[in-house]
Design a protein around this ligand. Structure first.
Ligand code: ZN
Length: 198
């Protein structure tokens, strides 16, 4: 099936751009690959169909990054891409649980609060922090909600940054000790930021 690229007008395959994601469909060059935007909404093309050339140009300029693929080798997402996926999943999960008003704002948390540590612990009980950022982000939102925290943005932004920095310190080959190592890395990142002050 041929479409017109909503960015350049040239003919395009079945590659859709919607929200944070670009999904390359069957028959396109990047068949079955999903990408996330690393740039803000204002720097992205309008949602719609994208041709292979436009996708390639955005990859080359660092605007777009592959995060998953059904066929072929699995991409290894960068820290920035992991942050985006974590935040996205956390926000979606939070939005699906709560309306936008009435609850205590997660953003009002003190960064070194016992509550945030409790959220991290609860999240670890729900999912393996080494796994897919979507799952960690969604688990983080559920953990926050369980502790009575809603309306989470920009709190999830802080949480995703800490998680992404911590996970970057853990070698991917580290299996046995990885969960404990990640918790220690998380607490280290948090304590260093707390000491740096506002
Ligand atoms: Zn195009």
């Amino acid at each position: 099936m041929e479409y017109a690229c909503s960015s350049c007008g040239m003919s395009a395959g079945d590659t859709t751009h919607e929200g944070l994601f670009v999904h390359a469909g069957w028959g396109s060059k990047h068949d079955t690959t999903s990408f996330v935007w690393l740039v803000p909404v204002v720097d992205r093309p309008a949602p719609g169909i994208l041709c292979d050339a436009c996708v390639d140009a955005h990859i080359a300029s660092g605007n777009l990054e592959a995060v998953s693929r059904h066929v072929g080798p699995r991409p290894e997402p960068s820290i920035v891409a992991r942050r985006r996926l974590f935040e996205h999943a956390a926000q979606e999960t939070s939005d699906s649980f709560w309306s936008r008003h009435g609850d205590r704002a997660y953003a009002a948390l003190e960064p070194d609060s016992e509550l945030e540590r409790a959220v991290i612990e609860t999240r670890r009980e729900m999912c393996d922090d080494h796994d897919i950022p979507h799952r960690v982000g969604a688990a983080h939102a559920r953990a926050a909600i369980l502790h009575g925290l809603a309306n989470a943005d920009p709190g999830f932004t802080i949480a995703s940054a800490r998680w992404a920095r911590a996970i970057s310190k853990i070698p991917s080959s580290d299996d046995e000790m990885s969960e404990e190592a990640l918790l220690l890395a998380l607490l280290e990142v948090q304590e260093r930021e707390d000491n740096m002050g506002p």
